[in-house]
Design a protein around this ligand. Structure first.
Ligand code: CTP
Ligand code: CA
Length: 223
């Protein structure tokens, strides 16, 4: 098998990965979301499984196929994803949070479907829970967390702030408005930083290769 050709440096590790977008419904027919493809998370899941890990993927509604060696927990909303992650993370060695979680959700529509009226429609959005910040700030000493950051400006400064604020072991940051990087692209250009102050800027690479290198980094720093 392919796994027989891969280093087994993640053997015995349990790894949870969140991936894809979340959907927050306005009414029965419409939702607030983002174009996340789930490619980064799926690449990390496959790479970790090949390297011997037991992988659970909590997947938002992305059109992505995962091999059967990866356990899949499908969810729709940010709150569903939060609930699933809270259930699963306590037994995991590593949590990897690639999902593009909606930061806000619209209120539930009481009539089933909005009718057009020619008037302005205003909705008040509520904040969603921050899954990564909540779990990472409560993690045990033997657990590690990997976060992602999509930034429109001040990439390095905002990434360093997220690494500290969310108590992460590793943060992978990318600019959102660059060709060949970020959402729904097969490639990305990332800045990687860890809790020990190590930092590397990688050139534009396929997400599959970024995934492999992220596990290299983690396995070099895990006893
Ligand atoms: N994240 C999460 N739950 C949320 C929002 C974000 O788990 N409700 C995770 C993402 O999966 C990612 C990291 O937090 O690993 C950073 O997401 P990002 O959107 O870049 O940062 P935010 O903290 O949401 O801040 P902002 O969007 O305001 O920059
Ligand atoms: Ca966000």
């Amino acid at each position: 098998t392919l796994a027989a050709l891969s280093p087994q440096d993640l053997h015995g590790k349990k790894i949870m990965i969140t991936l894809g977008p979340t959907r927050e419904y306005f009414d029965k027919a419409r939702f607030w979301s983002n174009p996340s493809s789930g490619i980064m998370g799926a690449s990390l899941a496959v790479a970790a499984a090949l390297r011997g890990a037991e992988v659970t993927a909590i997947t938002g509604p992305a059109d992505i196929a995962l091999p059967s060696m990866i356990q899949r927990v499908p969810v729709v909303t940010a709150r569903d994803m939060f609930e699933a992650a809270q259930d699963i993370f306590p037994t995991q060695d590593i949590g990897c949070f690639t999902a593009a979680v909606a930061d806000f959700r619209p209120p539930a529509c009481s009539t089933g479907k909005f009718k057009k009226s020619g008037e302005t429609l205003s909705l008040t959005f509520e904040p969603n829970p921050d899954i990564l910040a909540t779990l990472s700030n409560a993690k045990k000493s033997w657990q590690q967390t990997i976060g992602f950051a999509a930034e429109a400006q001040d990439l390095e400064k905002n990434a360093a702030l997220k690494l500290a604020k969310k108590n992460l072991d590793l943060l992978v940051a990318n600019p959102i408005d660059e060709a060949g990087a970020g959402f729904a692209s097969c490639t990305n250009r990332v800045l990687v930083m860890d809790r020990h102050g190590r930092q590397e800027a990688w050139p534009q690479l396929p997400k599959t290769e970024i995934a492999w290198r992220i596990w290299d980094w983690i396995s070099m720093n895990t006893p």
